[in-house]
Design a protein around this ligand. Structure first.
Ligand code: AMP
Ligand code: ZN
Length: 115
């Protein structure tokens, strides 16, 4: 666990969150400030600050996260209408929490390009 990392604390159960999925590698929970009718965050339990800090050894973890996202999207009823997966990365990406996470956004049409 990375000290003072809010998402590490959520993964460890030290800060409460509306958990919707957990396994040995990742957890998923509702975003505290949803920007869509469905707004879930999927995070690795391992502390990785952002996408640029991933390594070849994380290959299986990254692939696993994608398959978990697919399963969550299906469970939340997003598979027919679709959804968006976003990984904000560093300053220009708009990343505010320095622990890698996937936003899963659905329940409405997502505009393109993003703001
Ligand atoms: P980003 O801006 O891409 O780093 O996304 C961080 C997300 O984490 C934002 O959408 C926040 O609303 C969300 N967030 C921050 N703190 C919490 C928390 N304690 N529980 C759930 N979501 C959170
Ligand atoms: Zn962390």
């Amino acid at each position: 666990m990375h000290q003072d990392c809010i998402f590490c604390k959520i993964a460890a159960g030290e800060i409460p969150a509306k958990m919707i999925y957990e396994d040995d590698q990742v957890v998923a929970f509702l975003d505290i400030n949803p920007v869509a009718p469905v707004h879930v965050l999927v995070i690795p339990k391992k502390h990785i600050a952002n996408l640029m800090d991933t390594q070849p050894e994380d290959l299986a973890l990254l692939g696993h996260a994608m398959l978990v996202i697919k399963q969550i999207a299906s469970q939340l009823g997003l598979s027919d209408d679709g959804f968006r997966v976003v990984v904000n990365t560093k300053h220009n990406g708009g990343q505010t929490v320095p622990h890698l996470h996937w936003h899963v956004l659905g329940g409405r049409f997502m505009n393109w390009p993003p703001g």
